[in-house]
Design a protein around this ligand. Structure first.
Ligand code: G3P
Length: 218
């Protein structure tokens, strides 16, 4: 499973990228607003520290303007994935961009039929939003399961399932069990993935016992 960081905070992305465990980044207009910085500058900086796909979202609502914006964003770096919303115009823009060989991430997906259309439009990634469905009392994981089943029924569809709006370690685990190709995860949750109280407790005990030997390795 690939891990993307869901963030527009260049510092936290850089820190995680140092681990060598990060395969890409996703941003959205809300994350850019939270950064308080210039969109194009932030994207350029992220692309300079991450080799994998970096999603940058168009903000127009009509396909022709989306394509104009995509031209600007694509010019920032070779690893840009253009993020378009799952609207009819977004799908039209997706088809044009993917036919041209541009990576496209179709975002704001809340149903399996939306995901099927995005795959037909040649999306590189489909982003089903798990947390926002859970927020409404629905089951975000059920959507990931349905999309996995549908895509597996049609092996010619090459779109990768990018589990998004992930809020917890459990969301990452469930997405991996179902077989999502990618999870885009906030930095805080990525760090939690490595944590277990028994690991901390066990390490504590090992360190105490090691100290009693009076030895060093170096
Ligand atoms: O990748 C999409 C993600 O940023 C949305 O997450 O937590 O705002 O629903 P959230």
């Amino acid at each position: 499973m690939k891990f993307f960081v869901d963030s527009a905070d260049v510092e936290e992305i850089g820190e995680l990228a140092d681990s060598g465990l990060i395969d890409g980044v996703t941003t959205n207009p809300s994350l850019i607003a939270k950064s308080g910085r210039n969109f194009l500058d932030v994207i350029k900086e992220i692309c300079s520290i991450i080799d994998g796909p970096v999603s940058a979202e168009v903000t127009a609502l009509d396909a022709p303007t989306m394509l104009e914006e995509a031209k600007v964003l694509r010019g920032l770096a070779p690893n840009i994935a253009i993020k378009v919303p799952l609207t009819w115009d977004g799908l039209k823009a997706c088809k044009v961009l993917s036919d041209e060989g541009t990576m496209v991430n179709v975002t704001l997906c809340f149903s399996a039929t939306q995901a099927l259309l995005a795959a037909k439009a040649g999306a590189t990634f489909i982003s089903p939003f798990i947390g926002r469905l859970d927020d409404m009392g629905l089951d975000g994981m059920e959507l990931i399961e349905e999309i996995r089943e549908i895509y597996d029924n049609y092996p010619k569809l090459e779109t990768e399932i990018l589990a998004a709006s992930i809020r917890s370690v459990g969301h990452v685990k469930q997405s991996a069990l179902i077989g999502a190709d990618v999870a885009t995860v906030p930095a805080s949750v990525i760090k939690q993935l490595a944590k277990h109280p028994l690991t901390d407790k066990g390490l504590d005990a090992f360190m105490k016992d090691w100290e009693t030997t009076g030895q060093t390795i170096l």
